[in-house]
Design a protein around this ligand. Structure first.
Ligand code: GTP
Ligand code: MG
Length: 195
């Protein structure tokens, strides 16, 4: 996945606005502020192609990016706390759930988990939704630059234990830091191999 082949396609606010399901797609889901948009920027090598912010709830639409002509990469709103009115948040959350469970070409969901915090109840709820929809998901630990090694080991152990309960989970975790570049080439290679 190279900077030159990634383009922003569109922001979607309702299921009927999704582009034709004509190619494989992967998406990045996770709690608000976990680092979804930052990871997309790091992967594409284009800072600012996905908008990021300190304020949870920055991404409010399902944002489609094209990677060459083979894949879509999709940035979605976070779940959990967001700095926006309740009614608005509910609308995105419903859209997100419908998207995650009803998109036939969605090959893999990367569920992002903050290395400092490990999985929360909302993460497990999303994992259960993906189990029911039979959509494969893979956990990506984010912001490894912010955590000490011993604490990281603890978060990983807790996360692995949680994954054992979820049949749709891909067993391997990916450790990343968008800030330092850790895990970015690994994740690029994984996406390139999904078809
Ligand atoms: P929403 O769109 O609000 O759901 O958030 P998001 O998951 O897209 O998070 P975003 O990428 O906007 O990042 C949230 C904050 O975390 C920003 O201030 C980023 O700079 C910071 N951040 C993201 N990834 C990393 C990382 O790997 N390391 C560090 N230190 N900070 C990061
Ligand atoms: Mg975002």
């Amino acid at each position: 996945m190279f900077a030159g082949e990634v383009e922003f396609l569109k922001g979607v606010v309702a299921m009927n606005g999704l582009p034709p399901a004509d190619r494989a797609e992967v998406c990045f889901a996770g709690r608000s502020n976990v680092g979804k948009s930052s990871l997309i920027n790091a992967l594409t090598g284009r800072k600012g192609i996905a908008r990021t912010s300190n304020t949870p709830g920055r991404t409010q639409e399902i944002n489609y990016f094209t990677v060459g002509t083979d894949h879509y990469v999709v940035d979605v709103p976070g779940y959990g706390f967001a700095n926006a009115p309740v009614a608005v948040v509910e609308k995105w959350q419903n859209l997100l759930k419908n998207y995650l469970s009803g998109r036939p070409t969605l090959r893999r969901v990367f569920v992002l988990i903050d290395s400092r915090h490990g999985p929360k109840k909302v993460d497990e709820e999303i994992m259960t939704l993906l189990d029911k929809a039979a959509v494969t998901f893979q956990v990506v630990m984010t912001k490894t630059d912010k955590v000490r090694k011993t604490h990281l080991e603890e978060s990983l152990a807790v996360t692995r234990k949680v994954l054992q309960k979820h049949p749709a989970a891909y067993p391997e975790l990916i450790l990343t830091s968008s800030e330092k570049g850790e895990g970015i080439s690994t994740l690029r290679a994984i996406i390139a191999n999904i078809d």
